[in-house]
Design a protein. Structure first.
Length: 126
């Protein structure tokens, strides 16, 4: 797998791509664009809980070039890290709720995860 000069950026971008792949159907279920499927939801929520832990080690100093990452990430690292924690916490909650099987709570939590994605993108993605 070739990754170009900025391997850290390629790494984290790949993870976010896989996260978006698994989040897509859950977002569609939450919007009523796809029928609710407990088994699928539970499987993807578990995957997302694990995936959410992976991108952050790719945000090394000096790896903004040629990526969508804004330099502000490294100027506000504590805030960025807090937003990373938010995604990890919200996806862990999604996974926990999926094992309880309360459909309404699960679909509401999809919104919380989406908010965690969005909050970071607004400030730190070009
Ligand atoms: C997605 C996706 C995001 C988030 C965000 C939620 O499906 O790719 O970045 O949801 O749009 O607001």
């Amino acid at each position: 797998c070739s990754s170009g000069p900025n391997e850290a950026a390629s790494y984290r971008h790949s993870i976010f791509h896989v996260i978006a792949w698994h989040f897509g159907p859950l977002g569609a279920m939450a919007k009523g664009e796809q029928p609710f499927d407990q088994a699928l939801f539970e499987r993807k929520a578990g995957i997302l809980e694990n995936l959410a832990q992976l991108p952050w080690e790719g945000f090394q100093e000096g790896t903004a070039d040629g990526s969508d990452a804004k330099p502000e990430i490294w100027e506000n690292k504590a805030d960025f890290d807090a937003k990373a924690d938010d995604l990890m916490r919200e996806t862990a909650e999604l996974s926990r709720l999926s094992r309880e099987g309360d459909q309404q709570a699960m679909l509401a939590q999809v919104g919380q995860v989406g908010q965690a994605c969005k909050a970071c993108h607004q400030e730190y993605r070009k």
